[in-house]
Design a protein around this ligand. Structure first.
Ligand code: SAM
Ligand code: DTB
Ligand code: SF4
Length: 323
């Protein structure tokens, strides 16, 4: 049995997760870091670069998202970009040191015609020697199998928050819809990238509820992106109160303890985070980041800034691992 399967044998209860959150900070970080060292080289971080291949005009009403057509001032709608445009971005990502290239589309779910173009992108990016990831919304019928056949390594589909808080943020698709897509992704033999967003006004119990859902997936997701909400003007969550950065570090630490063999990604929100907070996240068990100047539509630290941070902390990029 693999590490991920073993880690999933335990079913996590929210009350036990809340007890981890409530530990004295030093005890929580020590426990998380100890678990981290048992499963990973603590000085290595995996680098994923994002590209928005289809931006804006999305039919879903996700309250955090600048690409939803439901929000005033959402980003301009653009058509699916060309395979050549994807390839030049992927080549640049590889040259900058990324090992994984993640293609994101502002779709509720892909139309079959569009999926055919995405399959070409996956094949060609894979041929560059990069790991491939896509996030295209809900998948139906054989779409996950077709992505797998084209050489896709990871599919990203987030649960975003706890089932209890979910209805405050999204009304156009259900929690169960998301779980169904995750099942299809797993059944197709793809690696699962699944996480969520914190700082949307949820309670600590709801943060624990999100982590319980993620940790109780069987097997656990290979990649777990933990996003700090990027508060974008024009979205319903633009004025959400900022989450205390130390509560974010706690969330990373608890994710590490619950999902010891998963890559936990310190994801969106790094532009607003100090180096010291990011360093605490790495100590708490984060071992992946989004790397490159842009996330999908919002900013991310410059490559030179991340290189300088890695130098200061003695961190190195995880090398390419074939799927
Ligand atoms: N449309 C597809 C979907 O939602 O499944 C894929 C792209 S969507 C932008 C991918 C993820 O980005 C969302 O599930 C959400 O977790 C994250 N995201 C979107 N806007 C964000 C924001 N403002 N702050 C942090 N994370 C965000
Ligand atoms: C994930 O968990 N975070 C990424 C990726 N998966 C697709 C997206 C973050 C988006 C932040 C807002 C934006 O740039 O549009
Ligand atoms: Fe659309 Fe994805 Fe944004 Fe939701 S998160 S509005 S599904 S692009």
């Amino acid at each position: 049995m693999g590490n991920l399967a073993l880690a999933a044998i335990r079913t996590w209860k929210i009350v036990d997760i809340e007890a981890l959150f409530a530990l004295p900070f030093n005890d929580l970080l020590f426990q998380a870091h100890t678990v981290h060292r048992q499963h990973f080289d603590p000085n290595t971080v995996q680098l994923s670069t994002l590209l928005s291949i289809k931006t804006g005009g999305c039919a879903e009403d996700c309250g955090y998202c600048p690409q939803s057509a439901h929000h005033e001032g959402s980003v301009e709608k653009e058509a699916l970009i060309s395979v050549d445009a994807v390839l030049s971005a992927a080549r640049a990502a590889k040259a900058a040191g990324a090992s994984r290239f993640c293609m994101g589309a502002a779709w509720r779910s892909p139309k079959d015609k569009d999926l055919t173009s995405v399959l070409d992108m996956v094949r060609e990016v894979k041929a560059l020697g990069l790991e491939t990831c896509a996030t295209l919304g809900m998948l139906h019928d054989d779409q996950a199998d077709r992505l797998k056949d084209a050489g896709l390594d990871y599919y990203n589909h987030n649960l975003d928050t706890s089932p209890e808080f979910y209805g405050e943020i999204i009304t156009t698709r259900s929690y169960q819809d998301r779980l169904d897509t995750l099942d299809k992704v797993r059944d197709a033999g793809l690696n699962v990238c699944c996480g969520g967003i914190v700082g949307m006004g949820e309670s600590r119990t709801e943060r624990a509820g999100l982590l319980a859902q993620l940790a109780n997936l069987t097997p656990q997701p290979e990649s777990v992106p933990i996003n700090m909400l990027v508060r974008v003007e024009g979205t319903p969550l633009a004025d959400a109160p900022a989450l205390d950065p130390l509560e974010f570090v706690r969330t990373i630490a608890v994710a590490r303890i619950l999902m010891p063999a998963s890559h936990v990604r310190l994801s969106a929100g790094r532009s607003e985070m100090s180096e010291a907070v990011q360093a605490l996240c790495f100590f708490a068990g984060a071992n992946s980041i989004f790397y490159g100047e842009k996330l999908l539509t919002t900013g991310n630290p410059d490559v030179t800034r991340d290189e300088a941070l890695f130098d200061k902390l003695g961190l190195r990029a995880e090398g390419f691992r074939s799927a």
